[in-house]
Design a protein around this ligand. Structure first.
Ligand SMILES: NC(=O)NCCC[C@H](N)C(=O)O
Length: 290
């Protein structure tokens, strides 16, 4: 059997194959994070149709850039938009997340047909008691940054670290709050490497100054984003290559900052989906990059 040649060693190498979320048959609105809760209470919760249209736009843009796009099979009354969190690839291993949020457990079944195409020796399962979600895991060459959040605990970090003895793991504690303005749901809502050696960064989202980010990237290569920009989810764009990103079309300042650094921005509409507290990185689970 020809197994899927899983390969992820960075956030930015040229993307070959990705699992993009799907917005069909979402079930009831949920309140599982402060931002979604706020929109539900305010009556501004996004409609399934708007989400489906935004995902379709992202899919079209990814395919136009030569990326193979896989989507989960539909599960009855389940949100399957944010595939990032259900599992993730480090090097040639697929890690099945152990999701803390009960409403999201079970989403993995939608990609069972993809798991079947993997070498079973390359699939890692997280044991009971250890929780980790893919939005908290970022791979950057020899470094793996892991957010310690409401969803990812120290046991999850320790277990993951033990599976990859050749990587340098960094645990970064995130600000957890019921206030949607300050809460950081996952690490990729506050930080993401982009281009060759840059990173989008919301420093206030970390409980302690994340010295390792300054060390690895250099302060001059960090693109700071404000709290208001964090709330629009600036750090959660998605790289299709070192010189190409998918980005929400209204992120004008970030588009300027990235283009100044030689990165081409491919705008998509994603503002309705973002009301659930996830943007383009959250909606994508890369399987193969160069
Ligand atoms: N990586 C991410 O930040 N994913 C976004 C997940 C949003 C989803 N509504 C959740 O609360 O789990």
């Amino acid at each position: 059997m020809n197994y899927l040649p899983l390969n992820i060693t960075s956030e930015t190498n040229k993307l070959k194959t990705v699992i993009l979320g799907t917005g069909t048959d979402q079930g009831k609105p949920y309140e599982i994070n402060p931002v979604a809760k706020m929109h539900k209470q305010q009556g501004t919760y996004p409609t399934p149709e708007d989400i489906q249209e935004e995902i379709a736009g992202a899919k079209k843009t990814l395919e136009a850039l030569g990326v193979k796009v896989i989507q989960p099979t539909n599960l009855s009354a389940k949100k399957q938009i944010f595939t990032r969190d259900i599992g993730f690839v480090i090097d040639n291993k697929f890690v099945i997340a152990n999701m803390k949020e009960p409403l999201r457990q079970g989403e993995i079944e939608g990609i069972a047909f993809v798991l079947e195409q993997m070498n079973p020796d390359d699939v890692i399962r997280i044991p009971e008691g250890a929780t980790i979600e893919g939005g908290d895991v970022l791979v950057h060459g020899e470094h793996v940054f892991v957010g310690i959040s409401k969803r990812t605990n120290q046991k999850g970090f320790d277990y993951l670290k033990a599976q990859f003895p050749n990587k340098k793991f960094h645990a970064l504690e995130l600000v957890v709050s019921d206030d949607p303005a300050v809460n950081i749901l996952h690490l990729d809502c506050a930080f993401q490497p982009v281009g060759s050696g840059f990173a989008i960064f919301h420093e206030e989202g970390f409980v302690n100054k994340p010295e390792i980010i300054f060390e690895v990237f250099g302060e001059e290569n960090l693109i700071p984003v404000s709290q208001a920009e964090k709330n629009q989810m600036f750090p959660n764009i998605f790289s299709v290559g070192p010189n190409d990103v998918l980005i929400e079309r209204n992120f004008s300042r970030l588009i300027q900052e990235l283009e100044k650094r030689g990165i081409t921005c491919h705008p998509v509409k994603y503002s309705e989906t973002s009301k659930l507290s996830g943007l383009l990185r959250c909606s994508t689970l890369p399987l193969i990059r160069d």
